[in-house]
Design a binder for this molecule. Structure first.
Ligand code: DGL
Length: 278
């Protein structure tokens, strides 16, 4: 595939979670165009077998290839954990996940070297964080906790409810007892629950969202490859695609990104016929 600086950066996630990464890309790389894919019809990825998630991701990548892209960000921890093969074998263009950038940020902040990671069941069970910590900082003690209900709370707009606090208290208690000083939000949906998580963990615990760090790494990679879009390229174009109904995605995305979002529904097995349902 011919890469050029005027093409878009692609991001994929099971739903709205990857928008936390998209928002950071828009902030750190304001001249870049974005193509975002949220696989909302098949969300959540967290409880699914890795093989199935890999299948979904390759379908999405095939679709993204038709959209004039120059890099892919897997803006989903569950998909990043399931897709290490892609990183090894390459897909013909730069590809970046969210796990390693999150670990790098946590290592900068931890003082007592007790770090917590929360994520979906798939991410935690994959041992993906453990592997990266072992490689980069074997002296850090890691405490992991799956928080599967957080994704449903976010996707259903229930973040500000008493239920959300109750669930968070229950999930996070073991991490509080472990005395972690840094907590990695190892799921791109979780930054959308940041206030609840921070309140439950207490102000002394530093929360790390991989979004900022991932955008920073994406910028570095594009710079190294001379693929940064020049500002004379004109206003960037941000396009959003979902596999489920567009309306709920549009509502959350518009609020989160603070700009009007139009999203199109894509039928993945008929890749060329996408249409706007709402
Ligand atoms: N946002 C995704 C992640 O980072 C997962 C949500 C899901 O389970 O689909 O893991």
């Amino acid at each position: 595939m011919k890469l050029d600086r005027y093409k878009s950066i692609a991001l994929l996630d099971s739903g709205v979670g990857g928008l936390t990464v998209a928002r950071e890309i828009m902030r750190q790389l304001p001249y870049e165009s974005i193509v975002y894919f949220g696989d909302t019809a098949r969300m959540p990825y967290g409880p699914r077998p890795h093989e199935q998630v890999r299948g979904f991701v390759s379908e999405i990548i095939e679709f993204l290839y038709t959209q004039e892209i120059k890099a892919i960000i897997v803006a989903c921890n569950s998909a990043t954990a399931a897709c290490s093969d892609y990183y090894r074998n390459g897909v013909g263009l730069p590809m970046l996940g969210v796990i390693e950038p999150g670990v790098n940020a946590a290592l900068r902040y931890t003082v007592n070297k007790r770090v917590g990671v929360i994520g979906t069941t798939g991410t935690i069970n994959s041992g993906a964080y453990q592997k990266v910590f072992q490689r980069l900082a074997p002296d850090v003690e890691l405490f992991e906790q799956p928080c599967p209900l957080f994704v449903l709370i976010v996707e259903n707009g229930l973040v500000a409810t008493r239920e959300a606090y109750r669930v968070a208290e229950e999930y996070l208690q073991p991490l509080k007892e472990a005395g972690v000083d840094v907590l990695i939000l190892g799921c791109t949906h979780y930054p959308l629950m940041m206030d609840v998580i921070q309140e439950v963990m207490g102000p002394e615990v530093k929360l790390v969202s991989s979004a900022q760090e991932t955008a920073r790494e994406a910028k570095m990679i594009l710079e190294e490859m001379a693929l940064i879009s020049p500002n004379k390229a004109g206003l960037p174009l941000h396009r959003f695609f979902v596999s489920g109904s567009a309306r709920p995605f549009i509502e959350i995305a518009t609020k989160l990104l603070g700009r009007e979002v139009i999203a199109y529904q894509v039928v993945l097995d008929q890749k060329t016929s996408f249409f706007d349902l709402d």
